[in-house]
Design a protein around this ligand. Sequence first.
Ligand code: FES
Length: 112
Amino acid sequence: MNPKNVGVIENPDGYGKVGNPVCGDLMEIYIKVKDDIITDIKFKTFGCGSAIATSSMVTELAKGQHVDDAIKITRNDVADELDGLPPQKMHCSNLAADALHEAIKDYKKKKK
Ligand code: FES
């Protein structure tokens, strides 16, 4: 209902974008990282309500975490936090976790 961390970060340290093969929706995640800690995170999606709810959740979970911990946030953690999603909506929650993983990989790639 009140999604948090919606938006874009200019010059992010990591950026991830994934499309949902099931419905064609898109998810983008931007992260700012300092000393391997995610200090800020924002997302943008054209997804459905479940995708927005889970993205908000993922960004809240990831903020303040070490990148190596944040990358372990899985689709299931997200659905658990939301008290389970109907099975036909599980693919929506995958988007956020996958985009976060992409953003972290992007960060690690740039750091090298
Ligand atoms: Fe597309 Fe949920 S229906 S993200």
